[in-house]
Design a protein around this ligand. Structure first.
Ligand code: S6P
Ligand code: ZN
Length: 198
């Protein structure tokens, strides 16, 4: 409760986003995800271990303005997803279903280029390009993962119901049905042979 009160007071003025750095003014939560925080999410475990034996790259950062978890409120967050690959798989977010499955979400591309994988609970998936000025709708009951397929930082804003929550466990257990890889200098979206459809 106190969080909601403080946040709502903070939001009586417009909140600025630096679209070059992706930083959100007055954020209430910052997350930095390094490879070691999400090593199980990448396909090639031996490449992950090899990279981690030398360094632990930052894959993405999130600046969130969260307004508590009361029904009816909206929260929002910027994500700065760095360019790079783990083997031939592009840097990506963990991806999640919302804990409250029927909560939808809107994304707005701010800088860089990439794509959003959107998948239902049976593994049916499609993708939508993320680029500046594009708005992407994630329907209820769909997992979503952003992938940076470009050479620059991919920066976007997400707007979501404050009580949506994040279910990373299902993705950890089953994976995404698609992988986004580079092959012969082009971006390919292929079936994930490790995807568990149960
Ligand atoms: C929240 C929204 C985003 C992500 C962020 C990081 O519903 O979808 O703010 O949290 O892009 O991705 P992930 O999968 O690690 O939460
Ligand atoms: Zn979400």
């Amino acid at each position: 409760m106190p969080i909601a009160v403080i946040s709502l007071k903070n939001i009586m003025n417009a909140i600025k986003i630096d679209t070059k750095t992706g930083k959100l003014e007055n954020y209430t939560k910052r997350i930095v995800r390094k490879l070691s925080d999400m090593k199980e999410f990448y396909f090639n475990k031996s490449v992950v271990d090899e990279i981690l034996s030398k360094n632990d790259p930052v894959i993405y950062e999130v600046y969130a303005f969260e307004t508590g978890d009361s029904v009816g409120n909206l929260s929002f967050a910027t994500t700065i997803l760095y360019p790079g690959k783990i083997g031939n798989e592009f840097f990506m977010t963990k991806g999640h279903f919302h804990e409250k499955r029927d909560r939808a979400e809107i994304y707005l591309g701010l800088s860089g280029s990439g794509l959003m994988l959107i998948m239902d609970d049976r593994g049916n998936a499609y993708h939508v390009k993320i680029k500046p000025h594009s708005v992407i709708y994630v329907p209820p009951n769909h997992a979503h993962r952003a992938v940076n397929t470009g050479k620059e930082k991919l920066i976007f804003l997400a707007i979501y119901p404050s009580d949506a929550g994040h279910d990373y466990g299902t993705i950890l257990e089953k994976g995404f049905s698609k992988l986004v890889i580079e092959e012969n200098n082009s971006v390919r979206i292929i079936d994930n042979p490790k995807f568990k459809n149960q």
